[in-house]
Write a protein that binds this ligand. Structure first.
Ligand code: NHR
Length: 183
């Protein structure tokens, strides 16, 4: 998220950050966003206790207040229902730590290691009702090295996420939906 906001500080960037919205009141990104001058809001999912539609209605109110053209999920870990996704379909992006369609869902680094994969990476995709399943907008690949652990893989993939996501957002915001492939 910080890398997206920092990239948008470029006056030539086709987008600008209007809100950083978190479901976690303790998220470190909130103070970082404030320091970068971006408005922030929090909708804690916990008081909603399993009532996803009510949680999402509260998210929707925060989003409607700023009417963004594009929503970028970044480390957002709550599954969104089809009703919410439909409001934003074609305008909502996510970055996922695997080479989709491999390893949708959680624990992607451990799963890539367990499978003996020679390559791993991250994917920016459009968010659709089906989890980690929407059209791919960009992918960055890394080699899996002997001795890699889920933690070492996660760290190297995160470094690629920080390059891939800003690059894809620039293209997407300027209307270019071709797939960006990075090494
Ligand atoms: N929602 C929809 N409809 N479609 C997608 O593609 C989504 C989505 C919500 C989040 C991010 C995704 C990821 O990149 C994402 C993509 C969380 C879970 C999950 O199982 C799965 C995928 C992603 C994020 N969440 C659990 C839940 O019950 C909670 C897990 C936890 O809190 O640790 O929501 O990884």
């Amino acid at each position: 998220m910080v890398r997206l906001v920092e990239d948008m500080a470029d006056p030539d960037h086709p987008a600008e950050p209007v809100l950083v919205l978190s479901n976690d009141p303790e998220a470190a990104g909130l103070s970082r966003a404030r320091a970068l001058g971006v408005p922030v809001a929090v909708v804690d999912h916990r008081p909603f206790a399993g009532d996803r539609p009510a949680f999402e209605a509260a998210l929707q109110r925060e989003l409607d207040a700023v009417a963004p053209d594009i929503v970028c999920l970044a480390g957002f870990m709550r599954v969104l229902t089809g009703g919410f996704v439909a409001r934003w379909e074609g305008r909502m992006l996510n970055i996922h730590p695997s080479l989709l369609p491999k390893y949708r869902g959680l624990d992607t680094h451990a799963r890539a290691l367990a499978a003996g994969d020679a390559e791993h990476g991250c994917t920016v995709h459009e968010v659709t009702a089906a989890l980690d399943d929407g059209p791919v907008l960009g992918q960055a690949r890394i080699a899996v090295n002997p001795g890699d652990t889920p933690a070492t893989l996660a760290a190297r993939v995160l470094g690629r996420e920080h390059v891939l996501y800003p690059a894809v957002l620039r293209r997407f915001a300027s209307g270019d939906r071709r797939v960006l492939r990075m090494g």
